[in-house]
Design a protein. Sequence first.
Length: 331
Amino acid sequence: MTASPPLTPPPVVVDGPLPRPPLLLLQPEIFFELDATLYNGILDRIEDAVYFVDRDRRVLLWNRGAEVITGFLRGEVLGLECSSSLLCHVDSSGRLLCGSGCTLQRVLSTGVPIEADAFLQHKLGHRVPVRVKTGPLRDRQNKLVGVVQVFRSTSVDRRQDQIIEELSHLAMIDDLTRLPNRRHFDLQLDRRLAELGRFGWPFGMLMIDIDRFKQVNDDHGHQTGDEILRLVARTLAANCRMVDTIARWGGEEFSAIIANVEEAELRKVAEKFRAMIEASGLRGAENALLRATVSIGGAVAVPNETAAELLKRTDEMLFAAKNAGRNRVCI
């Protein structure tokens, strides 16, 4: 009987030159010689720290997660022995684990995976609690060629940092429209006024008010009113530049800081906002469009002006736009 040929992976069809043969993580000496960049790129997308040492405990792989958690960059550790005062793991009592308690050495000696809690030393000197998983790496002949260690920080500080960042973000964002809120706008306005005073960089401010918004709520309900607010917010955000700031001021009012403009340019931007909102609409029953219009007041900032003074001038222009019949711009 003729023996069946060994199974082979299906061919890879590509444009251009044929790729190199696929490599296995079980062959680290080939892996690092041929496709280190590819595998490092894949491993760098993993938040956990991953590193590999050979039988001499030399570090041959160090991913981005390891850099973030330990503070040591890849170029600082590759080729070093892991026992060279690198991470200096200790247990909860402070006992150094780099001697008899080294999990890498135990896995190299026994070939048995180990999972443990430890405290590594960050590059800056402080201790970071980590959960460590250490496992053997074998080639096709089942020969032990090294050890892979995967660890993640168990520190609550990292989560607290994330929570603080999230809360800081939420404190600057309007929940309904997802635009920056008034607090964020006030900070940006102070910054722009400082730049105007120091560098002479011009800017203008707009106040944008949805016309007869109370009637929308009364006639169509507050849910539809919320949808109108979101519609206006999306329209404003889609028609401004990256250097401008669009925010929800409160209620049915929005505000904008338009950078690097004088009066004519500010008027042009405001007219664009007004026209785009008037041309938008919510599709309701029988595909009918529910439209909204806005009145816009604006003013160009002048040197040595306070935020309150600029706001007062802008608000006066908004009041004038309302009195002139709504759905118009006054600068």
